[in-house]
Design a protein around this ligand. Structure first.
Ligand code: HAM
Length: 418
């Protein structure tokens, strides 16, 4: 590794790829705004307690993965590992705390100190939404359906939606008791992390990806059965709405999600286009305590990982968005012609055309090579003679034919011919 490559888990994104990113983002803005969502941009770093409090101190992200540093005044700051906590912090300054619903979407970089691998980065990018202020099963269902709509809109139509319910605070104790009784019998065969989780936060065991734990987890009792009737009814209503909206899903009570703020509905979207199944999106309903507030604020939302969406699109062999074509290439021989071409380029660009030209002294041959490389439909050729006579030569690059056009009519002529 040299100082000239980006740090592990980060990447430079060049135009070819950046075009695909813009496609993901612009499609998101289109789909989400059709559901009444508007964009929110929050800072890339926040006070550390925004995430500690929001995500839960026991979560893997907060314990092991945050990029935390002190500002000059000694206050602890953290690069955002996800978007929800910062969005809630921002919304706490609006009238959302009085029960007004807010629908926001966001995109941008997130940072987690994970071991980099395919589709796992330390700087990765999410596109996400949060619907904040109210709590109802149909809001959750609409949110999941919107994610389904978005994935279909970017060509990913065969992803698997896994959903579950986490119930509410009063559901946790009886469910935890069931899990504790069960896992206590198997703890000696489980990984060291799970033994710690058993003591600190038993739900995290259900997240464990270790093979030896997987089998034991698969046979764990269905704790959702112990939830209150109200929580079960809430989940039933979410499922009924998803059925009505034709959103396919699978229920899996092992899905608890890695962040502590979730209640009621949780969901994850996986895709196997890359061989092993990877999570391309995740989300759910949550309750977050805002600084200074005694009551938690309800919300529901999700985030998709852009790197993973692009990997899946590649695996599905979906064509990348087309690169914009250069329409006109301006060739000028001599300084006066070059300057005149700059003026022509400005007026053609104002008409929305993509224009390229040579800005330095180059031979005619070299400029023609540039015109050919650019893929332009037309080249405009001018030198001292053309300037003196007030005409320019317009060359059709496809068939090589040439016409003479008066200087004053050049822009109109080219715009009409394209
Ligand atoms: P999350 O499941 O931690 O949820 O992340 C959402 C998605 O971000 C994942 O499904 C994955 O596609 C992508 N992702 C996560 N970590 C990485 C990584 N290291 N490299 C590449 N992609 C990654 C959240 O972040 C919640 N804030 C979602 C949410 C919004 N819940 C409610 N509202």
């Amino acid at each position: 590794m040299t100082a000239f490559t980006p740090p592990p888990g980060t990447a430079d994104i060049f135009e070819n790829e950046a075009r695909s990113w813009r496609f993901l983002e612009s499609t998101a803005a289109k789909v989400f705004s059709s559901y009444g969502y508007g964009e929110l941009r929050t800072p890339i770093f926040e006070y550390t307690e925004v995430f500690q409090r929001g995500l839960g101190g026991e979560t893997e992200v907060v314990q092991k993965e945050m990029y935390t540093f002190n500002d000059r005044g000694g206050r602890s700051l953290t690069l955002r590992p996800e978007g929800t906590a910062g969005v809630m912090r921002a919304l706490s300054n609006t009238d959302v705390a009085n029960g007004t619903e807010q629908r926001v979407f966001y995109y941008g970089p997130m940072f987690r100190g994970e071991r980099p691998s395919a589709g796992r980065r330390r700087q990765f990018h999410q596109i996400g939404v949060e619907n904040v202020g109210r709590c109802a099963p149909l809001i959750d269902a609409e949110c999941i359906a919107m994610l389904h709509n978005y994935l279909c809109s970017i060509g990913i139509k065969d992803a698997t939606f896994i959903i579950n319910t986490r119930g509410v605070a009063e559901d946790r104790a009886p469910a935890e008791k069931l899990l504790r009784e069960y896992f206590a019998k198997h703890l000696d065969k489980m990984c060291p992390d799970c033994r710690t989780r058993f003591e600190r936060n038993i739900w995290r065991i259900l997240d464990c990806k270790q093979e030896e734990c997987g089998k034991i987890i698969a046979d764990a009792p269905d704790y959702v059965e112990s939830f209150t009737d109200a929580s079960k009814a809430y989940f039933a209503e979410v499922k009924a709405a998803l059925d009505l909206l034709n959103v396919p899903y699978k229920v899996n009570s092992r899905l608890v999600r890695g962040l502590d703020y979730y209640v009621h509905t949780v969901f994850e979207v996986v895709h196997s286009g890359l061989g092993e199944q990877i999570a391309i999106a995740g989300g759910g309903r949550y309750e977050l305590f805002l600084p200074g507030e005694k009551r938690p604020l309800p919300g529901v939302g999700f985030a998709t990982g852009c790197e993973r969406l692009l990997l899946v699109r590649e695996a599905l062999q979906l064509p990348p968005p087309e690169s914009p074509q250069t329409s006109v290439y301006l060739i000028g021989l001599g300084a006066p012609a070059r300057l005149a071409n700059m003026g022509l380029a400005a007026s053609l660009r104002q008409q929305g055309l993509r224009v390229e030209m040579e800005l330095e002294e180059r031979s005619f041959k070299a400029q023609m090579r540039g015109a050919n490389r650019s893929g332009a439909k037309f080249a405009v050729l001018r030198g001292d003679n053309e300037l003196a006579s007030g005409i320019a030569i317009v060359k059709n690059m496809a068939d090589g034919s040439q016409v003479e056009v008066k200087e004053a009519e050049l822009t109109d002529f080219i715009v009409k011919s394209i």
